[in-house]
Design a protein around this ligand. Structure first.
Ligand SMILES: Nc1ncnc2c1ncn2[C@@H]1O[C@H](COP(=O)(O)OP(=O)(O)OP(=O)(O)O)[C@@H](O)[C@H]1O
Ligand SMILES: [Mg+2]
Length: 293
């Protein structure tokens, strides 16, 4: 995989958006693990939950504060903001309202090195807005043609996969990338990451790999090595912990947990952090907030 653009944006935070228009592919799970990983590397991290109705990321952070911190007082906390959707009945006013909520929260989080934004698994104004603020967009997909159909309308004819037309989501990403470029002169780095991979060999898995690598240059994304299906990614939610916190709690990692940690590090390798690390070494490496706000 090609190296990403350098994570050094002057005084602005680097914005990572987790997005796709399909539910249940791992956006919130990967958001939380990425947040903790970045904080453990010494970065200050702000987080936004644009899926405030479901509120998975917000609940994860709240559980961390209410339960996790009682189990381990070393836990780092992000500066978190849930952004509820507007209830205004006028579409125009609702969008204006949501834009104001988004930009106000964004401003409040602007002292952080990173802002990680979790979005809902459907098309909303807030989600599109967030995509247009991304430096890096991470799209997790599960290993099936149903999820691949989210990127392109896949058709099979005479046993071959054909007619790979960009789907509505891919077109929407294209639109938001254009907005980002025109507004800020910034290109969005789009990374597709496979999640919940099975350890077993499957023909389907091989086909998905083939189609993804055909699509990457056409749709303009990079492919990051993915995450296997692992219990550890889902069993710590109630305590707000992640596998990255286990060692701080004096626990020894199992083989599977060590492998999961490596998967996360591999995703981080997709970011070129050298610029930001150098900047931090030169001046501000203040620790992330201890308490969620
Ligand atoms: N690598 C993994 N291994 C095992 N379980 C996982 C993995 N990634 C995610 N899960 C589980 O898959 C389910 C969906 O994950 P998650 O809620 O993060 O997806 P999402 O994309 O945020 O969903 P939504 O679109 O509904 O917000 C959850 O039960 C989560 O615990
Ligand atoms: Mg979610």
């Amino acid at each position: 995989m090609l190296e990403g653009k350098s994570v050094s944006t002057g005084s602005k935070p680097y914005v990572v958006v987790l997005g796709n228009e399909k539910g249940g592919t791992g956006k919130s799970t990967i958001s939380m693990h990425l947040i903790v990983q970045l904080m453990k590397m010494g970065f200050r991290v702000g987080s936004m939950d644009l899926d405030a109705r479901q509120g998975t990321l917000t609940r994860y952070v709240t559980n961390r504060e209410k339960v996790g911190l009682k189990q381990c007082d070393k836990l780092l906390m992000p500066q978190h903001r849930p952004i509820p959707r507007s209830e205004n009945r006028s579409l125009e006013l609702a969008e204006k309202d949501e834009e104001n909520r988004f930009t106000a929260a964004f401003e409040e989080l602007s002292e952080n090195h990173f802002i990680v934004i979790d979005t809902p698994g459907n098309d909303t104004y807030l989600s599109r807005l967030a995509h247009s603020y991304a430096d890096t967009l991470i799209t997790p997909i599960n290993d099936s043609f149903i999820d691949l159909d989210l990127l392109v309308n896949v058709e099979q004819m005479e046993g071959k996969i054909q007619d790979l037309k960009p789907s509505t989501y891919a077109e929407s990403v294209w639109e938001q990338k254009k907005k980002r470029l025109m507004r800020d002169k910034v290109t969005v780095d789009w990374i597709v990451v496979r999640n919940r991979l099975s350890n077993l060999y499957a023909r389907n898995k091989e086909e998905v790999t083939k189609v993804l690598s055909l699509l990457a240059p056409r749709l303009g994304f990079r492919i990051a090595s993915g995450f296997c299906e692992r219990v550890i990614f889902r069993e710590l939610f109630l305590s707000g912990l992640t596998l990255l916190d286990l060692e701080d709690m004096g626990k020894r990692l199992t083989m599977s947990q060590v492998a999961a940690r490596q998967e996360l590090r591999n995703l981080l390798k997709a970011f070129n952090l050298s610029g930001l690390v150098a900047k931090m070494q030169n001046k501000d490496a203040a620790p992330t907030e201890k308490k969620a706000s």
